[in-house]
Design a protein around this ligand. Sequence first.
Ligand code: CA
Length: 444
Amino acid sequence: MPPKNSHANRFVTKVGPTTDPELKSWIDSANLPDCDFPIQNLPYGVFSTNVHYAPRVGVAIGDQVLDLAALESDGLIETGSKQSIFARPTLNSFMALGPDSWDRVRKRLSALLCRDEAALRDNAGLRRRALISLSEAVLHRPFEVKGYTDFYASREHATNVGTMFRGPEKALMPNWLHMPVGYNGRASTVVVSGSDVRRPWGQIKPDGSNAPTFAACDKLDFELELGAVVGIGNAIGEAVTVEQAQRMIFGYVLLNDWSARDIQLWEYQPLGPFLAKAFATTISPWVVTCAALEPFRVAGPEQEPEPLPYLRQSSPNNYDIQLEVALRPNGVEHATTIARTNFKHMYWSSAQQLCHHSVGGCAMQTGDLLGSGTISGEARDSYGSLLELTWNGTAPLELGGGVTRTYIEDGDSITFNGWAEGEGYRIGFGECRGAILPAHPLNK
Ligand code: CA
């Protein structure tokens, strides 16, 4: 279903000083047009190296990581905190400082990396200590995930799944157009890109059988999502507005909400997914900030019926972010792109989801992760899961060389890429990748 709003592609905000397309860095690799990490991006992550083991906060710039702990100890950036904020293994302390600090640090980093600024450019000693090649960096999970909530906000995805299991007449549940539907997932199993994922065990009820068996998942799937990272929270009992929620979000990561479809089908009624989505959730290593994405804010689809007053938005809160999914089958050298879509089509925005999450009095916290829900477009090749791409296994994907897939097999890897396309630059996320290990040999 296409977005009804004719302004869906409109750039709505002015370019700020850190997102000016004309900005160039003295780090040449950051100025290449297809670079994921130009000076306009400045995404935050946590890294270490084989010679400096302590994980600390860094920013990706071109093909380098800039060590913010090193800049902080040399007095080149300051956060207003008396304690070190960046010599830490997570982004949580920095995020908790709030939007004014995020803005101040971003402007300082943009200035330090700008072509005409000499403070770091001409300080060879500090440059040697503070700039590390991305190829030598070990990337860690960038923040401590305090809570993980997964939503279900793509009308196309909800319609496809509902059609498959309930028929086209009852595809959307009666509540779907009135609230961002979600469930509380597991923060403990959120892993960073590159981590292997083990095929889960669980209860599965075979077709035609009256009783379940205990077996390894046979219908292992991915879900293409973005994760909104909550930077600052709200007190218990204090609801936030959509506008406040928008300012509480620090940034976004790519998110793969791995799903065991056969386990899910047997367990999900009446309380929703449980073990089928609790074995692993993979996120990309760089948190792309809302500040970097600001030029790409667009209006989402028109919401009809109009949401209840607390969920209405006065600003465009969707983002124009292009997304791709690639599958590399076990033993095959090359991956095949199996889906392309865009985050801008989502029916409910992350700000609406965060607002709705808080309205009953739930305290949201620094480091909460909100999965957007599977991002599917209208076209068959824009679906964000194998459940949809193969229509629950009835239409296998042809991957070339005679290789086909319905669901993910052992040794296969799934890679997401995402980027916002600017004028002469792109705001990339870096990849979100995971390979599947065989199920653990349990004593049944
Ligand atoms: Ca999901």
